[in-house]
Design a protein around this ligand. Sequence first.
Ligand code: M6R
Length: 363
Amino acid sequence: EKGNYRHFMQKEIHEQPIVVAQTLQSYLRPLEQKVALPDMDFSFADVPRITIVACGTSFYAGMVAKYWLERFARVPVELDIASEFRYRAPVLEKGGMALFISQSGETADTLAALRHARSEGQKIAVVVNVPTSSMAREADLLLPTHAGPEIGVASTKAFTCQLAVLAALATKVARDKGVLTEAEEREIVGHLTEAPAAMNAALGQDEAIEAIVPLVAKARDVLYLGRGPDYPMALEGALKLKEISYIHAEGYAAGEMKHGPIALIDENVPVIVIAPSGPLFEKTVSNMHEVQARGGQVLLISDGPGLAEAGDVVARIEMPTVHPLIAPLVYAVPVQLLAYHVAVAKGTDVDQPRNLAKSVTVE
Ligand code: M6R
């Protein structure tokens, strides 16, 4: 039931701090400050390569996971969209692990990719929200998200719960590979534990986000820019906006702008820049200045230090200052809220957008 919310999507956005905390609870041991995964019959120490396959929003969670697995666990990661993976004769190394990410556990392309990977001798790990689904049944290592039923066709809480599980997974792989000290693991667990409160603070910006709706709702095209693990947030923001508001939106890696999309910029194109302060901040800000120099309207989502440093922008949304590890979980929230409020302003069917199905069980 929707309770006091107008739409399931709105309810599911607001549930995120709770369901992410629930999900983390089953993967973190707070007293020992360690990550704990379900029992498994193989060790990550022996896994030479991880292949991640998913569709849509779940694929973007996989992009963030690739970043974490490479950075923390130093394991090579291959990442593909399920519909492409199936047909490109992927070379799967002996002893490798294939990781499938899905809310429903029934997406036809992802399930077929899973079966293909199994036939090629891969260990099958699955991050899935529906525990009775086909993918859950076919996993060697089942990593459930505890988001509860997701009704809105646009995925929100399943996505951030996937990120929570994937962060725990990356940490465990790093430990098994011997590239993470106990102190570093404690630190990661500490940051992950802070995620629900930080997401709550992000939700506190709901009204500020509603206030910028007029800048976006009138646009024909919207660009989202981000770097590093926030690049998938740009893609996710654009997907959410197009799914439910039917406004054309694209996410780009900020540094890729000048290789083409900058030609689209004029005063009618809002550019949503997702840039927490941190190691990549200045680079993204210089891309932002390139946009502004061409008359682009920048809406900046950053934290206090970032906003103070960035200079003038058309609109600013302030996130709490968080460790870069949990930034994707936090910055997912404002892009979901923005898409939601723009769709409400446009009067679309938020929970059942046209042409889309919750679970895509055909190719
Ligand atoms: O159930 P799955 O996670 O496998 O679904 C994958 C995509 O179909 C799904 O994420 C889709 O892109 C959503 N509509 C995104 O909001």
